[in-house]
Design a protein around this ligand. Structure first.
Ligand code: AGP
Length: 605
C-alpha cells in the first residue's frame, strides 16, 4: 500500500511534503520518511511510526531543499522500522515506492554477486541500486526506464537524483500516480487528495507511463519512452470532508454524515418530481442481461452480498458474488451477456482492479460502483455509478458502505422496472420509502447512547458473534468485520441458521452474541436460533426494527432501529453496529481512525 509524494519547487518543500504525507497516512502508517536535495546532497530523514514523529525530527533538524520526495509505509517486505522506512537512497539517487517488486529476491542475489551491499530488507532497495548502476552509463530518464524493464510486479515510484538536482521522475505500473501543477511548483502523489491543498489541476499516469517534473514543467512518456501529452482534470474545491470538525474521530464524523451523504446519493439518481430513477446508458440492454456478477473486497464484498438478496427479491436476474482476490485467479467462464459489477470505495484496491482487468481482457461489460470517481477502477470500467459519499478518511468504511448499498439498491430497482420484473406501483412505493431513508438513518444514529451502554458488555469478552438470516446475514458479517478491525476483538459473523453446524460449540457463559433480527420472514427462525445460544449461556444483544416484540427477559440488551421497508432494513441495522465497534474501540483505547496493521486503500495484492 504506502503513499508517495514528490515536489519540485522554487522554495523549500519539506513542510508541504509533511502535510501531504499526513493526508496519505490512510495508505499506511507504520513508518515515514522524506529526502530532499540540500546543497548538492541527498538529505534523508526517517522514522518508525507516524508522520507526526517525522515532523518532530524535522522540527529539531530542518531539511532545506526545493526538491524532495516523501513516503508513508505499510510494510510488505521487512518489518516496520527506520532502516526499512523509505526513501531508500544511494550516494546518487533516492527512491520512494508504493507496491511490490515481485522478483526482488532474484535481482538482489544478482546485485550481491556483483559486490553490491543492501542496507534494508525491502524490495525497494533493488530499484535504488539498479538505477544507481544504470546512471553510470545513462541519463536519469533512461536509467529509470532500463530499471523498469527488469522489474516484475505492480508499483509507483518517485525518484530524485544527486547530480540532476532540478528533476523528479515518477513512474507507474499498476499502482496509481497523480501529477499536479501549480505556479513554479509541480507534484507527484499517490492520489489527488494528497495534492489537493496545493493544486486542483491533476493528470493521471496510465500503466507503463513515466513523468519528469521540474518546478516549471512536466513531461510525460509512454511505456516505449515516446513523449506524450496528458489531459488535465480540474478537481472540485470541497475540502470540508478533510477536517474532523467538532468530532473526535473521522469515523464518528463519517457515521454522522450518513443522512446527508445518502440524501445526496439519492438526489443524484432519483428524480424528485417524477419519482423515477434516472440511470441511463446501461452497457448491456437491461432485458438482455443474463447474469450479474458483483465483486469486491472486505466491506465492499459485504455490500455485494446484501445486494444479492435484493436482486433475487426484486428481479429475475441471476446474481453471483465474488471476493476479488478469489475471482482474479479462478478459471472462469466469461459471458458477454453478463454484467460484471465492481464495488470499491477507493477505486484503487489492487485485487478488485486486477479482477476488472481480467474482465476487460475477456471483452465483457463492466460497471464500477465507487466513491472516488477519478480512481483507476472507475477510469477502467465501461460504466461508472458513483456513490457520492464524499472523502472517507477513517480506515473503517462506514458512509461508503451505506452509499454502496444505496446505489446497488437503486440499480436493482431500476433494472426491476425496466425488465418489468416489478409493476409501477411497487416501483413507486419503493422509491417513496427510499426517499425517507435519510431521516430514518438519522433516527438510527440516535441509538448511540444505548449503543454506548451495549459496548461495555464487550470489555472483558474473549470474542463475540454476530448472527443474522437473509439480508441480515451480510450485516452480521459487516458488524463482525468492523469490530475486529477497530477493537482487535475476535468476532465471527454467521448466518444464524448455520450455527448448529459447528460454531455453536464456541458459545460459552457470557460470550456476547449480537442477534440481528428485523421483522421479516426469518424473524421467528432467528428467535429460535437465539434460544439455542441463550440455552448455552451466550449474552444476547438484540437489534431489531420490530416495534411490537422486543421479546425475552433473558435478552441482556435490546435496541430498536426505525422501520421503513423490509428491503431497506439492512441499511438501518448497520448503523448501531458501526457505532458499537466505534465505542468498543474507544473503551479499549484503540486508534479508531487508524487501526493497527491496516490501511485505507489496499493497493497491494
Ligand atoms: C472496511 O472497513 C475495510 N477497511 C476494508 O474491508 C475495505 O472495505 C476493503 O479493503 C475494500 O476497499 P475498497 O472499498 O476501497 O475497495
Amino acid at each position: 500500500m504506502c503513499g508517495i509524494i514528490g515536489i519540485a519547487s522554487n522554495k523549500p518543500v519539506s513542510i508541504n511534503i509533511i502535510n501531504s504525507l499526513k493526508k496519505l497516512e490512510y495508505r499506511g502508517y507504520d513508518s515515514a520518511g522524506l529526502a530532499t536535495l540540500t546543497e548538492g546532497d541527498i538529505n534523508e530523514k526517517k522514522c518508525s511510526g507516524r508522520v507526526e514523529e517525522l515532523e518532530k525530527i524535522l522540527f529539531k533538524t530542518p531539511s532545506n531543499g526545493n526538491i524532495g520526495i516523501g513516503h508513508v509505509r505499510w510494510a510488505t517486505h521487512g518489518v516496520p522500522n527506520i532502516i526499512n522506512a523509505h526513501p531508500h537512497s544511494s550516494e546518487e539517487v533516492s527512491v520512494v515506492h508504493n507496491g511490490i517488486v515481485e522478483n526482488s529476491d532474484e535481482i538482489k542475489k544478482d546485485l550481491e554477486s556483483k559486490g553490491l551491499k543492501f542496507k534494508s530488507q525491502t524490495d525497494t532497495e533493488v530499484i535504488t541500486l539498479l538505477i544507481t548502476e544504470a546512471l553510470k552509463e545513462s541519463e536519469p530518464l533512461e536509467s529509470v526506464f532500463k530499471t523498469l524493464q527488469k522489474l516484475k510486479g505492480s508499483f509507483a515510484l518517485g525518484i530524485i537524483f544527486k547530480n540532476f538536482s532540478n528533476i523528479i521522475i515518477g513512474a507507474r505500473r499498476g499502482s496509481p500516480l497523480a501529477v499536479g501543477y501549480a505556479k513554479k511548483e509541480n507534484y507527484i502523489g499517490s492520489d489527488s487528495y494528497a495534492l489537493k491543498s496545493m493544486t486542483n489541476k491533476i493528470s493521471y499516469l496510465d500503466d507503463g507511463e513515466l513523468c519528469v517534473l521540474t518546478k516549471d514543467q512536466v513531461s510525460f512518456y509512454d511505456e516505449k519512452l515516446k513523449k506524450i501529452n496528458k489531459k488535465i482534470h480540474i478537481m472540485s474545491e470541497n475540502n470540508s470532508a478533510i477536517e474532523k470538525g467538532e468530532y473526535k474521530h473521522f469515523m464518528l464524523k463519517e457515521i454522522y454524515e450518513q443522512p446527508e451523504t445518502i440524501k445526496n446519493c439519492i438526489g443524484e439518481y432519483v428524480d424528485s418530481l417524477k419519482k423515477k430513477i434516472n440511470i441511463i446508458n446501461f452497457p448491456i440492454e437491461p432485458n438482455n442481461i443474463n447474469k450479474i456478477i458483483l465483486i469486491g473486497c472486505g466491506t465492499a464484498y459485504n455490500s455485494c452480498l446484501t445486494a444479492k438478496y435484493w436482486f433475487e427479491e426484486l428481479t429475475t436476474i441471476d446474481v453471483e458474488i465474488d471476493i476479488a482476490s478469489e475471482f482474479r485467479y479462478r478459471n472462469l467462464k466469461f459471458n458477454s451477456k453478463n454484467l460484471y459489477i465492481f464495488v470499491s470505495q477507493s477505486g484503487e484496491t489492487a485485487d478488485t482492479a486486477a479482477a476488472l482487468d481480467i474482465c476487460k481482457k475477456n471483452n465483457v461489460k463492466t460497471c464500477s460502483i465507487v466513491n472516488v470517481i477519478e480512481s483507476t477502477i472507475a477510469r477502467n470500467s465501461d460504466w461508472v455509478l458513483p456513490i457520492h459519499a464524499g472523502t472517507e478518511i477513517g480506515v473503517a468504511s462506514t458512509k461508503a458502505f451505506l452509499g454502496q448499498l444505496t446505489v446497488l439498491y437503486i440499480l436493482c430497482l431500476k433494472l426491476a422496472i425496466v425488465r418489468k420484473d416489478i409493476d409501477e406501483r411497487t416501483y413507486e412505493k419503493n422509491i417513496s420509502s427510499l426517499k425517507k431513508l435519510p431521516e430514518a438513518i438519522k433516527e438510527s444514529i440516535n441509538t448511540e447512547s444505548n449503543v454506548q451502554l451495549m459496548a461495555k458488555e464487550f470489555l472483558k469478552a474473549k470474542g463475540s458473534m454476530f448472527l443474522g438470516r437473509g439480508s441480515s446475514f451480510p450485516i452480521a458479517l459487516e458488524g463482525a468485520l468492523k469490530l475486529k478491525e477497530l477493537s482487535y476483538l475476535h468476532a465471527e459473523g454467521y448466518p444464524a441458521g448455520e450455527m448448529k453446524h459447528g460454531p455453536l460449540a464456541l458459545i460459552e457463559e457470557g460470550l456476547p452474541v449480537i442477534i440481528i433480527a428485523p421483522k421479516d420472514k426469518y424473524f421467528e427462525k432467528t428467535l429460535s436460533n437465539m434460544q439455542e445460544v441463550m440455552a448455552r449461556g451466550g449474552k444476547i444483544l438484540f437489534i431489531t426494527d420490530n416495534y411490537k416484540e422486543l421479546v425475552n427477559e433473558n435478552i441482556r440488551f435490546g435496541l430498536r432501529v426505525p422501520r421503513l421497508d423490509k428491503l431497506l432494513s439492512p441499511i438501518l441495522l448497520t448503523i448501531p453496529l458501526q457505532l458499537l465497534s466505534y465505542h468498543v474501540a474507544l473503551l479499549k483505547n484503540c486508534d479508531v481512525d487508524k487501526p493497527r496493521n491496516l490501511a485505507k486503500s489496499v493497493t497491494v495484492e
